[in-house]
Design a protein around this ligand. Sequence first.
Ligand code: ATP
Length: 346
Amino acid sequence: MAEIVIKNVAKSFGSFKALHSIDLTISDQEFMVLLGASGCGKTTLLRIVAGLETPTQGEVWIGGRRVDHLPPRERGIAMVFQNYAVFPHLTVFENIAFGLRMKKLPQAEIDGRVTRTAELMHIEQLLKRYSGQLSGGQRQRVAVARALAMEPDVILMDEPLSNLDALLRLEMRAELKGVLAASKTTTIYVTHDQVEAMSLADRISVMNQGRIVQAATPVEVYRNPAARFVGSFIGNPPMNFIPATREGEGRWNVAGITVEGPDAGRERLDFAIRPEDVDIAPGGLKATARVVEPLGAHTLVTTEVNGAMFRAVLDSDIRVSPGDELSLVPKPDRVRWFDPETTAAV
Ligand code: ATP
């Protein structure tokens, strides 16, 4: 069992607060992704769990053991970082065996583990090659194999696919997902790539400015953002927002149309809808098409609603030209509402 509990962890660098009181529990064998823009504190949080950084306050527990005062090697974790240190002067075999030799495991055990993990990562044919002769993608696999060979309870990964080209990234992503699910490890994975996050994660922790704004399943963060930030950060193109004023009990005026919503005891709310959740039909938002971008299966239409930008993703069979007047009806069950002051979901 390797549940990870992060309790009230904060980190300051001088007067700069990189992390504000983080509370997060990652279940045994869960794949947790830390997602956020550059500088939001993802790497710092991962490094605190790893023991490479000391928190200013708070506790880290792994498998029921408090570890925040232990050095990295005593935490039962393996790490794969962005600039994965694969030793070029060692063969692939020796790279994967490296940590096992440090642990002084018997040679037969080392042979077995190296072979198994190399097969898992499809690099068994490379075992005798020197790592300096490998491609970036192959080196990446070696780094992951080395981590897996340790059979750790916990694997921490920081942008492990960032040095790969797009196609290889896609391939490795699928492989990693399969391998980690089979290996029963608890994983924390840092990325700023939301597609990678959505595809890999059991849960995503969306971070912003040193805080976790929402920790939930990929579908949940996409469909039910806990705050406006999540709606605009997740999804490409992002969610649309329109200021709404109260018309009456549970009815809101959104750019001239009436939309049913919560009776939040307020006069103003922000209406929100994803670009793919509108239909062209009478009685909708009056939108003027400005830019039309065919994307294959869909067409992205950037429009103007009430003088503000509003994006719609429409079926590519629908013909739209710049200058067209459209009527966009939001799908009622996909409409979300946010408090304009706190930005939290209502
Ligand atoms: P990226 O995706 O760019 O790696 P990140 O979300 O992982 O970003 P962190 O590396 O955790 O962000 O950094 C969070 C903030 O803390 C940043 O503003 C960074 O400049 C700052 N920071 C990180 N390490 C230090 C340090 N050793 N000294 C001072 N400031 C630091």
